[in-house]
Ligand binder design. Sequence first.
Ligand SMILES: [Zn+2]
Length: 173
Amino acid sequence: MTILNTPFKIDDLYWREAGSHRQVTVECPMCCGQRYVTVTIGTGEQYTVECEACGAGYLGPQGVITEYDVTPKAEKFIIAEVKEWRDKRWSVADAYGQTAYFDTLYKTEAEALAASEKRAAELVESNMANRRKKKYGKVSSWTVLYHKRQITDFERQIAWHQAKIDAKGAGEK
Ligand SMILES: [Zn+2]
């Protein structure tokens, strides 16, 4: 066996970040699962419109949104095998066949846990950023305004068509 000049030894104990990273479905924070929100416009009139925070295109509001959840965790990693040296990084494996870059391993459990907690905090932040984008990127009052304008337009068109029919009717008399 070739002896490689590694910064670690076989059977050395290290720790790795092992936070379980999963997608979770949570109740929509905007409509609290109601699927509709009530919008009050400047005139004081209230409208109930489909929630846009949990809207999913043609499917309409779902009452739930998808977020990422991470549970911070540190796990032992005992180096059992050297996998490769590539791009100036050591790749190692443990006895269970899990592989990791050596430079992502930590000497102590505390360090690995701190890194995992930091990652979890970043994820919470990104979830909040997504919520903000959803919440303020689309504003339900604009939806109300849009529909009100459409109604006004159609009413005007109906009136115009009605007048044409009436005019023709009047001409034939
Ligand atoms: Zn919603």
